[in-house]
Design a protein around this ligand. Structure first.
Ligand SMILES: Cc1ncc(COP(=O)(O)O)c(C=O)c1O
Length: 410
């Protein structure tokens, strides 16, 4: 089927929730994808930060082929191979930098997406606060969650309510629970202290992206994460890090927050965790996680045999191939090279989660379109901002090719 035929079918039969680029992608390998006409593209968006091992990594392909032929799905009523192992790997990654080897264990709930992982985190935060109050003999129900302005936490009604971007909420406003979220400006410790002083007793948690992604890659400072930790602890609220985009080695460390010396209570992840197979996960300290009992939360598809096998292979391959080191090295090189481009104002990010902010003369969405003809898949998060989330196996040569082509385009 040609691109034009595909466009006509989608025009009629697919909901128009995305402004698609005029290209039909049919095949991929490593950093490259090809369209139906055989044109090659260097992929610097990686399925929006999902394709961690690169397209069609042989280890992941083999795992999926073998698992598909063995057992795909049986539901969460049964034990399956690999689920416990994967949850232990997540526990070990969370506790990687902790000096105390006996630090509290973490438990994980497996879902299918980032939004679902965040739904789980929000439910956990509210239920944990309720149980804490019950234990104190109080019938108070702290429900408020502090979030950051410009945050992005998903598209379900609840996670959209938590997403402090009026433009995304507008069509559905008033969202049933939007009053349960209190957005504060990122990296403003004074404003955060004021919010906790004002709403303290009603706050059950604070949810933030250690590196804000969707709004154009803005890292939180270490001091800010420390203040969030201190204030949540002082008020008996949980600290939730949404690592859906910045986690799973995207920033070089297993999780984005590990660039700071702060431990949250709940971590959500998705995107790169299973290399392209849908998976979300919400991990929590056992103390918090244990408020969940059988029947209280669930998912039909979450943690299917296929997704679990994929995620185990992704994490094993990242370790076996030294991919974290590659992310640190090539990410630094990418930022250094972007900073030399004409019209550049600022380069932000950690590891291979990077944004380039250009001056007003550069129309980023137009660059993204023109880049297709130059064999590049790019992404704009604003009128003058490009965001780069390439596969974690991106090499210096790929960066050189990107920079040369971008230079011509600009
Ligand atoms: C930080 C963050 N949280 C949550 C989500 C929602 O994830 P999903 O689209 O898998 O539901 C995203 C998606 O981009 C994200 O970047």
């Amino acid at each position: 089927m040609t691109l034009q035929e595909q466009q006509q079918l989608e025009e009629t039969y697919v909901m128009h929730t995305f402004g698609r680029k005029p290209v039909e992608l049919v095949r991929g390998e490593g950093m490259r994808v090809w369209d139906d006409a055989g044109n090659e593209y260097l992929d610097f968006i990686g399925g929006i930060g999902v394709i961690s091992l690169g397209h069609c990594h042989p280890a992941l392909v083999k795992t999926l082929q073998d698992q598909a032929a063995k057992l795909m799905h049986v539901s969460n009523y049964y034990y399956i191979e690999g689920r416990g192992e994967l949850a232990k790997k997540i526990n070990d990654l969370v506790k990687l930098n902790l000096s105390c080897a006996h630090a509290e264990d973490w438990q994980t709930f497996f879902a299918n997406s980032g939004a679902e992982a965040n739904e789980c985190a929000i439910k956990l935060a509210r239920l944990y606060a309720r149980r804490q109050k019950e234990a104190e003999g109080s019938d108070a129900r702290p429900q408020l969650i502090v979030t950051l302005e410009r945050s992005f936490h998903g598209r379900t009604c609840e996670t959209l309510a938590a997403t402090a971007q009026p433009v995304k909420q507008e069509a559905f406003s008033p969202l049933p629970t939007e009053k349960l979220y209190v957005p504060v400006p990122a990296n403003d410790i004074e404003a955060l202290e004021k919010t906790f002083a004002e709403h303290g007793d009603d706050i059950c948690g604070m949810m933030l992206e250690p590196v804000q992604g969707e709004c154009g890659v803005y890292p939180c400072t270490e001091e800010y994460l420390e203040a969030a930790r201190r204030l949540t602890r002082e008020h008996g609220a949980v600290l939730i890090f949404d690592e859906v985009q910045c986690g799973m080695f995207r920033c070089g460390t297993p999780f984005g927050f590990q660039h700071a010396n702060v431990q949250p209570d709940i971590i959500t992840m998705a995107k790169g965790i299973a290399g392209g197979v849908p998976m979300g996960a919400c991990a929590a300290r056992t103390r918090v996680a244990k408020v969940f009992e059988p029947g209280i939360h669930g998912s039909t598809f979450g943690g299917s045999c296929l997704a679990i096998a994929a995620a185990n292979t992704v994490l094993d391959t990242i370790e076996a191939e030294g991919i974290a080191q590659n992310v640190e090295e090539v990410g630094a090189y990418l930022r250094e090279q972007l900073a030399k481009l004409p019209h550049i104002k600022e380069v932000r990010g950690l590891g291979l989660m990077v944004a380039a902010e250009f001056d007003d003369e550069i129309d980023a969405p137009a660059v993204v379109l023109a880049a297709l003809d130059a064999g590049l898949l790019l992404n704009a998060t604003g009128p003058h901002t490009l965001r780069f989330l390439p596969p974690l196996v991106c090499a210096r040569d790929d960066v050189d090719a990107l920079i040369a082509r971008l230079h011509d385009l600009l």
